[in-house]
Ligand binder design. Structure first.
Ligand code: PEP
Ligand code: MN
Length: 338
């Protein structure tokens, strides 16, 4: 931490800060300029909240952190990109992975048909929710364990690994029995007990950014999972709430290169929830590839008009075929393997 004192701070006040730092187990490096005195606190600043302990003193102007508050998630901890393995599929390391499937699992036929069609198009992982986080308690909530069984059937028929959401700690073991990758959704990004429970599993986790959360908060949530020993985490930008009403959310693609600078974890984009509009999904998938994402997760339904959730943002299998063709062209330029 760097502590900047107000102009005119006395020697007594400088000594006071130094003494307080030493009491908290920090070394202090005082640098007296012509107008200001700056004190460098030497020690692990993640251990003590110096903004609270020192920042409140009336003669301290500001306390500036030097280190990111997350550790295991940071580039400093691990310089090389992390690769996460889901079944036989690798996410990261110069690949651009396509994950596709319906918002909700609705029937065996629906999920099996979708799995076969997206696989034919080039998708590598099947998505589909059996436990759905819905704004209204009267909306379709998902088929629960029956949905997981249909997903397992679709995996058996298609050979594609599956990613599906766990809504709470209670159902996590059940979801983990079936899933190759556990999704923690936007609404649960800061459900810290769920993050810790997922961290104790030996299963990859797809952690979606909360619609009202900062990039730093996303990385802190990932830290919860890594801190429990599970380093198999893939991040996902799925759009944040802004004042713009013409799209469901605002897909914050600038966070992708930003996360890449700050963290070694792979990051995907979800242009379906990010825009809420099927007519924007292909363009924003291409933009995600150009921005350096490690893949996209896209909602595909055999008949979007009849979908029980998120129909307006779901692609038909034909539209998904088209998307994959365009992605493959751009991937050549971006030197990514699809
Ligand atoms: C989903 O993937 O269907 C979903 C509910 O996503 P999010 O948590 O991003 O809203
Ligand atoms: Mn959805």
């Amino acid at each position: 931490m760097i502590i900047v004192l107000r102009s005119g701070a006395t020697q007594e006040q400088i000594d006071d800060v130094v003494k307080r730092l030493e009491k908290l187990g920090f070394g202090a490096h005082v640098s007296q300029g012509v107008e200001r005195t700056i004190i460098g606190a030497i020690g692990d600043e993640r251990r003590v909240n110096l903004e609270e302990k020192i920042g409140v003193l009336p003669f301290v102007e500001k306390v500036i952190p030097v280190l990111a508050p997350y550790r295991l998630t940071s580039r400093e901890f691990r310089e090389a990109d992390t690769t996460v393995k889901v079944g036989d599929v690798e996410i990261g390391m110069g690949k651009f992975v396509l994950i596709a499937g319906p918002c909700s699992v609705e029937s065996e036929e629906q999920i099996v048909e979708t799995a076969l069609r997206i696989k034919e198009a080039g998708a590598k992982i099947l998505r589909g929710g059996a436990f759905k986080p819905r704004t209204s308690p009267y909306s379709f909530q998902g088929l629960a364990e029956e949905g997981l069984k249909f997903l397992a059937k679709a995996r058996e028929v298609s050979g594609l690994p599956i990613v599906t959401e766990a809504l709470g700690v209670e159902e996590l073991p059940l979801v983990a029995e079936y899933a190759d990758m556990i999704q923690i959704g936007a609404r649960n990004m800061q459900n810290f007990r769920l993050l810790e429970a997922a961290g104790r599993l030996h299963k990859p986790v797809l952690l979606k950014r909360g619609m009202m959360n900062t990039v730093e908060e996303l990385l802190m949530s990932a830290e919860y999972i890594l801190a429990q020993g599970n380093h198999q985490v893939v991040l996902c930008e799925r759009g944040i709430r802004t004042f713009e009403p013409s799209t469901r959310n605002t897909l914050d693609l600038s966070c992708i290169p930003l996360v890449k600078m700050q963290s070694h974890l792979p990051i995907l984009a979800d242009p379906s929830h990010g825009t809420g509009r099927s007519d924007l999904v292909e363009t924003m998938s291409l933009a995600a590839l150009a921005a350096g994402a490690d893949g996209v997760i896209v909602e595909v339904h055999p008949n979007p008009v009849e979908a029980l959730s998120d129909g307006p943002q779901s692609l038909t299998p034909e539209q998904f075929y088209h998307l994959v063709r365009e992605i493959k062209k751009l991937a050549v330029v971006m030197e990514k393997e699809v």
